[in-house]
Design a protein around this ligand. Structure first.
Ligand code: SAM
Length: 286
């Protein structure tokens, strides 16, 4: 018996159409889609075609290129970027963060600056915020910036409301302190405590234009589970600029399944997915 996919009413994405959208997302976001992602691209764009009552991906391509405002291009970026995330993903990083925050605040009393540079729907920066609040106080001496290319996910993140399943990996003590449980129409949802949520500053940033981010002198940058979408050349460009955003001795965290081994960067590996900027290359103050 053929599965339901055989009866899809979505138009088929031709080779030539797939090549166009593949080139588009590569140029716009650095996302290098393999041929195996063709069905995914088709199903994600099909939703937009239905909404716009368009009959073909070629019609959609035309619309994308005609619109002067760029709003449809942003919608296509939102559709074609993958945003999977959850609270306390890769928990070793958060154990390290707690130790690092405590050590840094003992050494000098200055503000600790952290950036979640591909923050998706906000679970990563809010997890960071919980750890910093525990270590240094909710109103402590820390600043947290979070950015993503996708405008839909940052709007979601600002609401700070999540289905309970996305928070499953949150340590119980932090859960009790920093989540409010939803009732009535919010049954099955949690909300990040407003006094914590307001400490995260969200914005939209394309990592291909990292240097345009108005903040720098970071002590710690989380750049996790986004490099997997980039080829070596893109990774080299993004990370070279990003190193200029780190303070002397600053740390970079990448995803456990990501590799930057073959790149030429002023970083020293301390753990498989944690690096430190070598002192002489620091972009900002020490
Ligand atoms: C899989 S999520 C990772 C979220 C989180 N860092 C984590 O590890 O759970 C990847 C995120 O990278 C974002 N992204 C992809 N290309 C980007 C680019 N060029 N600039 C900024 N963000 C990008 C996507 O929109 C998506 O939200």
């Amino acid at each position: 018996m053929p599965d339901a996919g055989y009866f899809s009413s979505d138009p088929a994405l031709s080779d030539a159409e797939f090549a166009q959208f593949r080139q588009f997302i590569y140029q716009a976001a650095g996302i290098d889609l393999p041929s195996s992602k063709r069905a995914l691209v088709q199903s994600r764009l099909a939703k937009r075609l239905r909404h716009l009552r368009l009959d073909s991906y070629t019609d959609y391509w035309r619309l994308l290129n005609e619109q002067a405002s760029g709003a449809e291009r942003q919608r296509a970026i939102n559709l074609l970027s993958t945003n999977e995330t959850y609270f306390f993903r890769e928990p070793q990083h958060f154990d390290w963060l707690r130790r690092e925050a405590l050590a840094r605040s003992d050494q000098n009393r200055r503000t600790i600056r952290v950036w979640s540079a591909a923050c998706s729907t906000g679970e990563e920066p809010y997890s960071i915020a919980m750890v910093l609040a525990e270590a240094l106080g909710v109103d402590g001496n820390w600043q947290l910036f979070a950015s993503d290319i996708n405008t839909r996910v940052t709007a979601f993140a600002r609401r700070a409301v999540y289905p309970v399943e996305r928070a499953r990996k949150t340590p119980p003590l932090l859960w009790q302190k920093y989540f409010l449980r939803g009732r009535d129409e919010y049954e099955g949802m949690v909300r990040v405590a407003p006094e914590l949520a307001r400490r995260v500053s969200f914005s939209n940033l394309n990592l291909l234009h990292c240097q345009a981010f108005p903040q720098d002198n970071f002590d710690i940058v989380f750049l996790r589970n986004v490099l997997i979408y980039f080829n070596e050349e893109t990774k080299q460009g993004v990370l070279s600029s990003l190193c200029g955003k780190l303070r002397r001795g600053g740390s970079l965290l990448i995803g456990h399944s990501e590799s930057i081994r073959n790149l030429s960067l002023p970083l020293r590996q301390e753990e498989p997915s944690r690096y430190r900027l070598e002192a002489e290359h620091a972009g900002g103050r020490g």
